[in-house]
Design a protein around this ligand. Structure first.
Ligand SMILES: NC(=O)c1ccc[n+]([C@@H]2O[C@H](COP(=O)([O-])OP(=O)(O)OC[C@H]3O[C@@H](n4cnc5c(N)ncnc54)[C@H](OP(=O)(O)O)[C@@H]3O)[C@@H](O)[C@H]2O)c1
Length: 308
């Protein structure tokens, strides 16, 4: 069977680069839409060159340039959009273009985190600026009748496991660790490569049409305390614990400016309100582990080995 041609919008980004790589690795003809074709942005040259060397077709364009979207969409079958958070709403243009072209068999919008339809209780400003916009894009896709898959990647390891969920820290602490509340809320932690691997597996899988796929590697459904304990065992040392009470984080959300307040409100719904686990997935929800048991995923335990 011929593999569908994939367009990645945002394929040079923090998550998008793993998606581009997985698309190429899984043998999909891969097109990358970027505002910075080779040679125009020094910081991206090596990355884009490596994708090109692996067979990617680089397409110049942006969400603001409607004609560039139409032209790119006419060359592909599937669109994955791990586009940056500040441009989430601009995906409405992409939705419009996909509808106009009429040949796209699957669209995966920029999600890859917490299911926005499951966090109606999240606080501002993430409710309005992150989850609200992601919901708005979902509704536009559904209204346009575009076949979709929503990927709920939960806590991506390079952002969350690396620093034991310390905000803004990306290596594990060796002396002190701050714990959110009692630290016992169950959270789902997903390696960034695995998130991309599962994402690409869904795109021509008939089971995942118009579904939300929750990435839930069973060994990675762990509380913050459990993740800290795994690290402590590795370094043979007990960290000094401080507690960030719910009141503390609510105050910080109020005091901080954008975008830190959006991030902290997201931490709040994940670590205090348990937004990632323990809810009913509903008839449109699918578990990645049940769909793709053959994937050998990276456990939190093995992920942390890189920091020893
Ligand atoms: N679950 C988690 O732990 C987690 C963590 C972080 C992010 N996320 C989610 O993942 C998604 C992607 O976030 P990210 O942080 O990876 O994104 P990012 O690195 O900030 O940006 C990704 C891409 O956006 C593209 N882009 C920016 N403006 C554009 C425009 N006007 N037109 C077309 N493309 C444009 C850039 O492409 P070029 O520069 O090549 O043009 C870049 O490759 C978001 O939905 C975010 O909420 C989840």
């Amino acid at each position: 069977m011929t593999k569908p041609r994939v367009l990645v919008v945002g394929g040079t980004g923090r998550l998008g680069q793993y998606i581009s790589k997985a698309s190429l690795e899984q043998g999909y003809p891969t097109f990358l839409l970027t505002r910075s074709p080779l040679g125009t942005d020094e910081s991206k040259t090596a990355l884009i060159q490596s994708f090109k060397d692996s067979g990617a077709i680089i397409v110049e364009g942006s969400l603001e340039n409607y004609e560039s979207l139409l032209s790119a969409l006419r060359q592909v079958d599937v669109v994955i959009s791990p586009v940056t958070e500040s441009k989430l709403l601009d995906q409405l243009k992409l939705v419009e273009a996909i509808k106009e072209v009429g040949t796209i068999k699957r669209f995966l919008p920029s999600e890859f985190g917490t299911d926005p339809d499951k966090v109606l209780h999240a606080l501002e400003p993430s409710q309005k600026l992150l989850f609200g916009i992601k919901r708005q894009v979902r509704r536009a896709i559904e209204e346009a009748g575009i076949p979709y898959t929503y990927i709920s990647s939960n806590c991506i390891a390079c952002f969350f496991v690396s620093g034991l969920a310390q905000y803004g820290q990306f290596t594990p602490p060796r002396d002190k660790v701050a714990i959110y509340g009692d630290g016992n809320t169950k959270v789902v932690w997903v390696d960034e490569h695995d998130s991309a691997t599962y994402t690409l597996k869904t795109i021509d899988d008939p089971r995942t049409i118009n579904k939300t796929v929750y990435l839930r590697p069973p060994a990675n459904i762990l509380s913050q305390n459990e993740v800290v304990e795994i690290w402590e065992k590795k370094i043979g040392k007990t960290l000094e614990r401080t507690t960030i009470s719910e009141e503390d984080i609510l105050k910080r959300i109020q005091d901080e400016g954008f975008p830190v307040n959006v991030d902290l409100a997201t931490f709040h719904v994940i670590f205090y309100k348990g937004a990632l686990y323990g809810f009913d997935m509903g008839p449109n929800g699918l578990d990645s582990f049940e769909l793709y048991p053959e994937v050998t995923y990276t456990t939190v335990d093995s992920y942390l080995d890189r920091f020893l």
